[in-house]
Structures are given as C-alpha cells and as structure tokens.
Design a protein around this ligand. Structure first.
Ligand code: TYM
Length: 333
C-alpha cells in the first residue's frame, strides 16, 4: 500500500450472470484506475443474500466472479481482491451505521422499492438495509473514490450522508466518498428496451449481453437490438435511444470516440452497424472468457489470492472499526 495514494473501493454482487453493463459501468474502470489508487475490490456476497440464493451456486459464483475480475485485468498484486464475508468488519460497522440511518431514508430508496415489488414474498430487513451495508463497505477503507454505474448513485449519496452525520456527531472519522463514472458507459441499456438499464436479472435475456455469452449468441442478440426507422447512425440519446446505446457500447469496446464511430458508419445501414457492434463485443469477450476458465481450473491460486486479499482488507477495515468503537463508547479490553 502506498501511503501517498488515495483509496478506491468498489464491489459487485455474485448474482446471476454479469452483463456488459457491469463490465463497462464498473470493471473496466477498476482496471483503468488500479495504478492510481490503493484499490479494494470485493465480491459482495453479503449483499447477494438479501435475495434468496442457492448455497452451492452462491459459492461457485463467488469464485467465478473473483476469476472474472482477474481475467478482466484486475491485478491482485496491486489491489486487495477479496470476498466481503471474509472480512467481519463489514457486518460490524454496518450495525453501528444502522443507528445513524433513518427508516424513512431506506424506504425511499429506488432499488429497495423495485426489489420489494420483484420479491414481494421476501421483503426482508437485509433488503432494506442494503445501502447501509454498502456504506459500511466504502467507509471502512476511508475510500475517496467509488467507481460505479449510474444506478448506484442514490446508494452512494446515502453513504456520503451517513459519513457526514457520523463525522458531525463525533470528530471527523470517515472520508466522504465520491462516485466516479465511466462517462460513455455509466448507463448501458437493455437492447430490446433502451429505456431500461441492462440488467443481470432482466425478464428477457435477449436484451442483455452476458459476459459468458458465446460469439453466436452475442451477434444474434445485437442483430435483434431495437433501433429506429431513420437508418442513420447518430448519437441522440433522447430521440434515438437504441442507436445511441449501441454507439456507446461500440465506442467503449473499441476505444473509439462516439464521433469516430459515427463517421465509420456514415451512409451504412443498421444491419452492418449492428453486426460490427456484435463482432467488437465478441472479439473483446473471447479472451476474457478463456482466461476466466483457466483461472477457475486453478482453485488453489484463486483461494490464495482471496486469502491474502482478505488479510489486507481486514488490516485496514479493523482499524476503522476500532476507531468507531472508541468514539461511540464501546468498552474496549
Ligand atoms: P451490482 O452487482 O448490481 O452491479 C455492479 C456494478 O455494475 C454497475 N452496473 C451498470 N453500469 C452501467 N450500466 C448498467 N446497465 C449497469 N448495471 C450494473 C453497477 O452500477 C455497479 O457499479 N450494490 C452494488 C455492489 C456493491 C458496491 C459496494 C458497489 C456493494 N458494496 C460498495 C460500490 C461500493 C451492486 O449491487 O452492484
């Protein structure tokens, strides 16, 4: 850990298959920022259980997600890569922060409302408390930046509020974090319904490109993507949301600007455009998938990475918990 560097924190839940939205909205940025910050990257399995999970699948997905991070370019020598439940400080700080959070604030969270509708048979306390656990994640490491997609903005805001509230009640204890968004990719939309974000749990899987999709599936899904009747490849998110979403995806997957991409497809039809987007995505994902499979075949290596990641994370996190316990008056031995 380099003292001079600021700290960065982010996490992803090991639920369902990750989509290119998760990749572009988060992981790509994680890799881009790992040299500039002291990075902590977690598999958020404690968040995942707010919706009922199959235990064997959750275990498998946890390892698989850790392998994916590395396959995408997260360097475990530079970053602390770990599984949330392996660092007990997350649950400990969450409990304290609960007492600095109002029930009404949690009831107003958009994701809580959405998930309550979706899982009406299991609106558990964890589902409601989810943003407080997320605040604990971030605040434990005194992170100043948090790379996320736009859908997590509200959760980040509440983490900032809780940090400030605690700092005001005692003395400055937590760094107040800021969200960072990969501009072109902060909100990747569903291919069949560009008014909605691309989601791991979308009703129609044809609207999402999963990081595990094979080449033929990727190209087929892009072929079916909703566009418009103008036959003009131009970025205009208001009037041409489908085409604009495809342009964003193409631009980030090829590292070309939107203007460059528009010029490339000037005068061409949507058929050619959609095929090119599909090919660009498939070309990029194939080596990631191969590397992930290779890593998953070496379980002892992966477990070693996660063990040392958890040790590094716990070292920092426990310091924060001790500081907090002292401030709030917990009797310490
Ligand atoms: P999760 O697992 O739902 O998503 C992981 C990351 O992917 C981003 N994302 C998207 N970005 C752009 N377009 C999309 N369509 C899209 N879909 C998802 C999300 O914004 C997120 O950055 N609560 C978090 C996990 C978490 C966390 C944290 C994040 C737990 N603790 C602390 C940051 C800091 C979540 O459920 O993300």
């Amino acid at each position: 850990m380099e003292e001079s560097k600021k700290t960065l924190y982010s996490a992803i839940q090991p639920t369902n298959n990750l989509t290119i939205g998760n990749y572009l909205g988060a992981i790509k940025n994680w890799v881009a920022l790992q040299n500039d910050y002291n990075c902590f990257y977690a598999v958020a399995n404690m968040h995942a259980i707010t919706v009922r999970q199959n235990p064997a699948e959750l275990r498998q997905r946890t390892l698989s997600l850790a392998a994916l991070f590395i396959a995408c370019g997260v360097d475990p020598d530079k970053c602390a890569l770990y599984v949330q439940s392996n660092v007990s400080a997350h649950a400990e700080l969450c409990w304290v922060l609960n007492t600095f959070t109002h029930v009404g604030e949690m009831e107003r969270m958009t994701q809580f409302k959405d998930k309550s509708l979706k899982h009406a048979d299991n609106i558990n306390m964890g589902l409601m408390d989810y943003p407080v656990l997320m605040a604990a994640d971030i605040l434990l490491y005194q992170a100043s930046v948090v790379p996320i997609g736009k859908d997590q903005t509200q959760h980040l805001e509440i983490a900032r509020d809780i940090a400030q509230r605690f700092n005001n009640a005692y003395t400055p204890t937590f760094t107040v974090p800021q969200g960072v968004y990969l501009k072109a990719a902060a909100n990747i939309c569903d291919l069949l319904n560009p008014a909605k974000k691309m989601s791991k749990s979308a009703e129609n899987a044809n609207g999402s490109i999963f990081l595990s999709d094979d080449r033929d599936t990727i190209i087929r899904k892009f072929k079916r993507a909703v566009t418009d009747s103008e036959a003009c490849v131009k970025y205009d998110s208001e009037n041409k949301p489908g085409v604009s979403n495809l342009l964003s995806i193409y631009s980030v997957f090829t590292d070309k600007s939107i203007a460059e991409a528009e010029a490339e497809f000037a005068g061409k039809g949507y058929g050619d455009f959609k095929l090119a987007v599909g090919e660009a995505v498939a070309d990029k994902l194939a080596p990631i998938q191969a590397e992930q499979a290779k890593l998953l075949a070496d379980k002892s290596y992966l477990e070693g990475v996660l063990k040392s990641g958890a040790e590094r994370a716990a070292h920092t996190a426990n310091k924060t918990v001790n500081k907090v316990y002292k401030k709030i008056g917990f009797y310490q031995l």
